[in-house]
Design a binder for this molecule. Sequence first.
Ligand code: HEC
Ligand code: HEC
Ligand code: HEC
Length: 129
Amino acid sequence: MYNGSKIIVGLIVFAGIVTFPFIYNLGKVNAKPEPKIDTPVIQQLKEKNCIESKEFMKANHMQLLNKWRDMVVRNGKRVYVNSKGEKYEISLQNTCLKCHSNKKEFCDECHNYMSVKTHCWNCHLESKG
Ligand code: HEC
Ligand code: HEC
Ligand code: HEC
């Protein structure tokens, strides 16, 4: 015999988890995202720059990350040279999220607003924990 009441409780909890994001977002859909850059690593930078210009990053970070993945996975290259000739390790975790260690207030804030879903974090770690 199985326990019917446990299943019902389970279903209620499950429904709560599934609908939570929608309910949670109801009141906030009009709040424009303000990606925060006040992380410890960024505060220490002399020049508060990303690896490329802000405009470039805003428009092209998805393509850049795709290119980075291909460079590592297909070509075994792990160094990115930006448009100013500066070198960066090609790594989502050790480079992007070292500066943007506040993934929730930065990446997620913007993605949630734009309804962008990324599956990257199924495999990649968000930060050194
Ligand atoms: C199914 C698991 C999986 C998913 C999902 C996934 N990756 Fe990866 N990714 C890997 C593996 C494995 C490597 C190779 C790691 C290495 O050699 O350092 C890699 C390497 C990379 C690299 C270069 C090395 C590094 O550590 O950053 C980038 C950039 C990258 N992936 C970006 C992405 C992005 C962006 C997404 C989401 C759109 C994504 N990946 C989703 C498994 C995954
Ligand atoms: C050296 C620290 C550093 C690294 C590494 C870094 N960022 Fe940035 N990022 C910044 C700073 C600082 C800004 C704000 C730039 C500005 O306001 O001009 C920024 C801005 C951005 C923006 C634009 C935000 C907006 O408000 O429009 C995006 C998107 C972004 N970064 C994504 C990434 C991704 C993806 C990576 C890895 C491929 C990455 N960053 C690596 C420091 C960094
Ligand atoms: C200023 C807003 C903003 C910020 C900040 C931002 N993103 Fe994005 N991101 C977007 C938008 C908008 C898209 C969808 C673009 C499209 O569909 O062409 C996107 C798409 C992506 C994609 C591709 C998703 C896919 O599966 O196709 C990846 C990967 C990604 N972002 C990673 C990051 C990471 C990592 C950070 C934090 C370091 C970040 N983004 C910060 C706005 C942002």
